[in-house]
Design a protein around this ligand. Sequence first.
Ligand code: ADP
Ligand code: GLC
Length: 489
Amino acid sequence: MRILFVISELYPLVKTGGLADVGASLPKALKELDQDVRVLLPAYPSVKSRCPNLKPVAELRLMDRPATLLEAVVPDTDIPLWLVDAPHWFERPGNPYLGPDGSPWPDNAERFGALCWAGFHLALNQVGLNWQPHIVHCNDWQTGLVPALLALETNRPATLFTIHNLAYQGIFPAQTFTRLKLPKALWHVEGLEFHGQLSFIKGGLMYADKISTVSPTYAKEIQTPSFGCGLEGVLKARSQHLAGVLNGIDTDKWNPATDPWIAQTYDLKALSGKQTNKQALAEHLNLPLRAESPLLAFIGRLVAQKGIDLILQALPYLIRYPFQFVFLGSGERDFEQGLLYWARRYPGQVAVHLGYDEALAHLVEAGADLFLMPSRFEPCGLNQMYSQRYGTVPIVHRTGGLADTVVDATPDRLANRAATGVSFEHPSVGALLEAVKRAWLLYSQPSLWHSLQQTGMLRDFSWRRSAAEYCWLYQQALAERKAGPTLSS
Ligand code: ADP
Ligand code: GLC
C-alpha cells in the first residue's frame, strides 16, 4: 500500500514529546512490512539543518501563499520525507508550537492549515510527483483538516486519523475558517464547528474513514465525559470506526545492551550493570548516592497530565523514607519551581534537571530503580515501556496506555511471573503513597524484585504487531471509504 503519513514532529529532527518518537518509528515499522510509506512534515529550521541534501521537488500555493516542497529521507532509513518549506510560517527557532514567551504562535491555525492543505494536494496527486497514496494517515489536531478536505473529493485516498492526545484540539476563532480558505460545506456542527469555533481535531474525528488512538484503554476512556474533553459524544457516535492500537517503542534506540548514552551496557543476565549506571547518574546530578536507597525517577513534561502535582504533594511524606529522587523535565513554571524547592531543601535526596536532555533520559532509565508515572490520563505513554526494557520498575496510575502496558504486582501475578510494575486505581496522593510503599516492600525482597525486573525486560514492546494492526486498519479504511460520514452541504 502507498501511505502518506502526515505529522508535526519527528525524532530526531524535531521533538516535544512521544508524538515525535512515533513519527520516527511507526513509518520505519511499516516500511519493514513492505509498505510504500512517505512522510510529510513542516520544514522547521531544526529539520532543515539536520537533513542533508534537501531537494526542491514541487512549488505549491497554500492559502494564496507560495511554498516549496523539499525532499529528504527520514534519518537512518530510506523513507522519503517531504517538507513543507514556507519560511513565513515555519522558519522560527525552538518549539514548533510555542513562541519564546511560552504561548502558542498567534498564527498556528495558518501554519498547520498550510500543512493540511499540502497534505491534501499530495493526497490527490496534484503537485506533479506522480505518486498517489491509497491511505493518508494523519496524526493529532495539526493534521485534522486533511480528512475533512478530502471528504469533499471523489477519487480520494482513504483516511485514518490517530489521536495521540485528545486534550490538544486546535481550537480557533470562527473567523479563522475563512482565512484558511476552507470550503463552506465544512462549517456546521457535524463538521468543523465546535461551539461556534473552528476545531481542527473535529476534522479528523468527523471525516476520517477510521479513527484510532494509541491504546485500547484510552479508546474506551475517551468515549466518557471524564476523558472525552467535550468530544465524548462525537467519539461515541463514531465508535464503530474507532480502534485502539498500542504504540510500540524503537527497540534499537532503547536497548540497554547497546545504548551508547549509558555508563555501562547491560542485559537480563548481567543486571549488575544497572548499579554502575545508578552511580554515574548520581554523579552527573551531584546526588550523594546512598547504597541502600531505592532511586525513584521521573521524566516528562511538567504538566498536570503527568500527575506531577500528585508527586509534589506526596514528597513531604516520601522524603521521610530512605528514598532518593531524580527529576528530568520542563514545563509549567509552578511545577519547575516546586521541584527546585525540594532539591534545594533536600540536596542529599532530590536532584532536579530542568530542560530537555535526550542522553540524560537514557541514563535515568538505566540508573533508576523505580519510575514514577502517576499520569491523570495517558493516551499511551512511552517511558513506562522504556523503563520495563531497562529493568526499572514503573509505578503508574492505571489509565490509558499505562493500564495496557504495566502488569500490577499482585501476589498471583508475582507468583505467575506476569507482574512488571505497580499500578493504582485512583489518581490521588494517598493511592500514590500506598503504591510507592508497596514497591519499596518488593524492592526489599531481592528475589521478587529481580523477577519483576526480568519479566519487564522480557516483554516485547516492539512495533511489529502494532504496525500490522495499522495495516489492517488501512484495509478497513479503504473498504469503508464510501460508507464514510454523510456530508452536509
Ligand atoms: P508525552 O508525549 O505525553 O510527552 P510520552 O511518554 O509518550 O509522553 O513521550 C515522552 C517522550 O519525551 C519520551 O521519549 C521521553 O523520554 C521524552 N521526554 C520527555 N521529557 C523529556 C526531557 N525533559 N528530557 C528528555 N526526554 C524527555
Ligand atoms: C501523546 C500522549 C502520549 C503518547 C504520545 C505518542 O503525546 O500524551 O501518551 O504516548 O502522544 O502517541
